[in-house]
Design a binder for this molecule. Structure first.
Ligand code: GLU
Length: 443
């Protein structure tokens, strides 16, 4: 059977780093198995879902190179959920309940006060037909719960957590539909996973107890449950579930100059026993993806680590990958000279400005000015102008090391550090280089 995974975001905000990680792992799982990766827009909550976020999700996935092999939207599939609902209701697996939020809250408090777990007491199941009718006449519309089967333990072999076992009697019958007819996420998700042929559900460990109840929904709908895997949550570098992480949208990374390949390389391996490396080749990440290397401890997301990976990825990018983001006129030779000095691709324009000028060297003392004037005279053009120039100045002035190199760099670039001068000088060109040396030498 072909592996089918899905990423199922609710379009209530931009994708944040935790979403990106889930999407990426589902994509990797599918790619490694030669299967399919589907996008499902979980937009049953009409109040909070926004079209702009649906578009942003598609854009972010495209930017990340996680193109889905198909897309579904829950708002277009409502008849399927009705059908499943009616079927389950006919079989007594769905029942109406009339408690208000306050009543449920009170029940929970009483249970907790008695040291009992706050499990729904199924009072609605004990209502007589007359009592139910009275509620409805009184204008109370029911919400709907899925009736868990208490006969057998719920078990599954989790792809990350190993064997999982739940006693259904220790779980509340989940509410699946609100009084206004709208859906909570549980049943539509199970219905879709069946209809879309999803074989593997990989999501965060905050969904573990949902999985226990959803496994019973699959069975009640006469379908084999998919394989489940729940990954440990992502936390900030301070080790806590941080608000900041949840608010860090894909767009903020893009604006900061983070390459999609850097985010992907980091998130592919964060929280696994495999080393996080600046791997730009997607194939390598696909081939080495392995759920059995995922740890149970929360994965720590560190911005500084992302910046390091990003710089290392930028240093590997080919001219063709970045050409459309470089300043006008900057060619492959310039990119290769400048690339090792960059933290972001956008930083290239700074160095290109150094090549094209003008530059602002520091004030030099008399002796250094004389040296730079001599350099202007000594400059001769060849395939290796920098090596030639420094060799000839070394011989004629006896300077070496910093005294030999630094004034030249400062006069030619206006800076103390930067790309290899052997690569930079040919980009500056003979006339301009001589002019810069001469100006610095006479100033
Ligand atoms: N829309 C759900 C969520 O974002 C999907 C969870 C799932 O992957 O099943 O939490």
């Amino acid at each position: 059977m072909t592996t089918v995974t899905r990423f199922a975001p609710s379009p209530t905000g931009r994708l944040h780093v935790g979403n990106v990680r889930t999407a990426l792992h589902n994509w990797l799982l599918a790619r490694k198995a030669g299967g399919k990766f589907l996008l499902r827009i979980d937009d049953t909550d009409a109040e909070r879902s926004r079209e702009e976020y649906v578009e942003a999700i598609r854009e972010d996935l495209a930017w990340l190179g996680l193109t889905p092999d198909g897309e579904e939207r829950q708002s277009e599939r409502l008849p399927l959920y009705d059908e499943a609902f009616e079927k389950l209701r006919g079989e007594g697996r769905v029942y109406p309940a009339y408690e208000t939020q306050q009543e449920l809250e009170l029940k929970r408090k009483i249970q907790l006060g008695r040291g009992l777990p706050p499990i729904y007491d199924r009072a609605a199941l004990k209502l007589t037909d007359a009592e139910r009718a009275a509620k409805e006449v009184g204008g109370i519309a029911p919400h709907w719960r899925f009736k868990l089967d208490h006969d057998e333990a719920i078990t599954w072999d989790d792809g990350v957590r190993g064997l999982q076992k739940f006693d259904p009697a220790q779980l509340s019958d989940p509410v699946i539909r609100r009084a206004d007819g709208s859906w909570l996420y549980m049943l539509p998700s199970a219905v879709d996973d069946i209809a879309m042929g999803v074989t593997d559900v990989l999501r965060g460990e905050d969904h573990v107890s949902n999985t226990a109840t959803q496994i019973q929904m699959f069975t009640a709908l006469h379908a084999a449950p998919p394989r489940f895997a729940h990954e440990a949550l992502l936390v900030g570098s301070e080790g806590k579930l941080s608000k900041r992480l949840g608010s860090l949208g894909c767009d903020t990374f893009r604006e900061r100059g983070i390459e999609p390949e850097a985010l992907v390389a980091l998130l592919a391996r964060l929280g696994t026993s495999q080393p996080v490396e600046p791997i730009a080749a997607r194939e390598t990440l696909v081939n080495t993806f392995d759920l059995s290397t995922f740890g149970r401890a929360p994965a720590r997301f560190d911005d500084a680590e992302l910046d390091r990976i990003n710089a290392a990825i930028v240093h590997q990018l080919d001219f063709a990958d970045v050409a459309d983001r470089l300043p006008e006129g900057m060619d492959a030779a310039a990119w290769h000279a400048i690339r090792p000095n960059l933290e972001t691709v956008a930083g290239a324009s700074d160095w290109w400005q150094v090549v094209t000028g003008p530059v602002a060297p520091p004030a030099f003392d008399d002796e250094t000015r004389a040296y730079l004037a001599a350099a202007a005279d000594a400059l001769a053009w060849s395939d290796t102008p920098w090596a030639d120039l420094t060799a000839s100045l070394k011989a004629s002035t006896g300077r070496k090391g910093k005294a030999l190199f630094l004034p030249l760099r400062q006069a030619l670039t206006g800076r103390d550090h930067g790309p290899d001068m052997a690569e930079l000088l040919p980009l500056i060109g003979e006339d301009e280089a001589r002019r810069r040396l001469r100006t610095a030498g006479t100033a």
